[in-house]
Ligand binder design. Structure first.
Ligand code: SAM
Length: 268
C-alpha cells in the first residue's frame, strides 16, 4: 500500500458539531436576531456584509428570517462556505493544512468541528488519551462550560497546527443559538502557505510539546504562554463563573477549570 495512504489518520469526517453528548439547542423564535439589511444588486456588501448588525455581533442570520433572503452572505457556517485547503505532511509536526487557493485577510476558512462535551468530560478524555499514548491533542475550548473534541470526529480544521506567529485565529460565532468556532485569516494568505493559529488560549494539550513552528518569536512549547498566566486566569475564570452561576459550589467551580491532565483550559 502507498506509504502516504497507510499513514492517514483514523477519524470520522464531519462538517457539523456532534451533539451525542447533549441535545442540540433549538433556537426560539424570540431569540432570532433580524438585521436591517436591504439587498441592492449594485452594492455587493448590502446583503449582510460588514455593515450588517448581525455580522457586527458575530451572529449568523437565520434562514427565512433574514430580509435579504437568498442573497444573505451571513450564513457561512451553516453553508460550510469554507476556503480551499489541502492536507499535507509536515516536517516533525505530523499533518498540517495549507491554503489551496489565495485567502483574503478576515476570510472564514473552516469551522473547527468535533464532539461537543462538558469540561468534566474533556478532562476525563484528555487524561484517557494521554494514557492511551495519543501523541496529538485535539480538544479546544468552546464556552464557559464546554469543549470541542475533534479526536475521533472532526473537520479538516483538526489538522491545523500551532504557530507562535500565526496567519489565522479562532473566532466564536452564534449560529442558530449555538456557539461555534471558526478559523479565520488574520492576513492575506497565499496558495501553498501552511495555516496556523495560536493554541495558547483555546487548546487543552496533553503532555508538554516542544514547538516546531519555526517562528522567530517562538515561545518554545505549545501552550507555554497560557501556562505562565494560569493562576491569574484561573482566578478570573472562577470569579466569572461564580458571578454567572450563583448557586455553584466552590468545588464545582474549581472542577470546571481543571481540564487537560490537570492543566487549566481557559477561554478568554
Ligand atoms: C490539533 S493537532 C494538529 C494536527 C496534527 N499535526 C496531526 O498530525 O494530526 C495538535 C497536535 O499537532 C502537533 N503540533 C501542532 N502544532 C505543533 C507545533 N507548532 N510544533 C510541534 N508539534 C505541533 C502536536 O502533536 C499537537 O498535539
Amino acid at each position: 500500500m502507498d506509504q502516504q495512504i497507510e499513514e492517514l489518520p483514523e477519524y470520522i469526517h464531519i462538517n457539523q458539531n456532534d451533539f451525542s453528548y447533549r441535545k442540540h439547542k433549538k433556537q426560539k423564535e424570540e431569540d432570532i436576531a433580524i438585521c436591517e439589511c436591504k439587498y441592492n444588486a449594485n452594492d455587493p456588501d448590502s446583503a449582510c456584509g460588514e455593515r450588517c448588525l448581525n455580522v457586527l455581533t458575530s451572529t449568523e442570520c437565520t434562514p427565512n428570517y433574514c430580509p435579504c433572503g437568498v442573497y444573505c452572505k451571513n450564513q457561512r457556517f451553516q453553508k460550510c462556505a469554507y476556503a480551499e485547503t489541502k492536507l499535507f505532511k509536515t516536517q516533525g509536526r505530523g499533518w498540517g493544512l495549507l491554503a489551496d487557493k489565495d485567502i483574503k485577510a478576515g476570510q472564514f476558512i473552516i469551522e473547527y468541528c468535533g464532539e461537543v462535551i462538558s469540561w468534566k468530560e474533556a478532562k476525563r478524555r484528555s487524561q484517557a488519551y494521554e494514557t492511551q499514548g495519543l501523541k496529538d491533542a485535539f480538544i479546544i475550548s468552546l464556552n464557559g462550560s464546554e469543549s470541542i473534541d475533534a479526536t475521533k470526529k472532526g473537520s479538516l480544521a483538526r489538522f491545523i497546527n500551532h504557530s507562535c506567529q500565526p496567519n489565522c485565529e479562532t473566532r466564536k460565532w452564534n449560529v442558530l443559538g449555538e456557539i461555534r468556532v471558526g478559523i479565520f485569516a488574520k492576513e492575506d494568505i497565499l496558495k501553498g502557505t501552511e495555516l496556523g493559529y495560536d493554541y495558547n488560549f483555546e487548546w487543552y494539550g496533553g503532555a508538554k510539546v516542544r514547538c516546531l513552528c519555526g517562528a522567530v518569536s517562538c515561545s518554545g512549547f505549545l501552550g507555554a504562554k497560557s501556562r505562565g498566566f494560569q493562576p491569574l486566569k484561573l482566578m478570573f475564570r472562577i470569579l466569572f463563573d461564580a458571578a454567572v452561576d450563583k448557586n455553584a459550589s466552590v468545588e464545582s467551580l474549581l472542577d470546571r477549570q481543571e481540564v487537560g491532565g490537570g492543566e487549566v483550559g481557559v477561554e478568554l
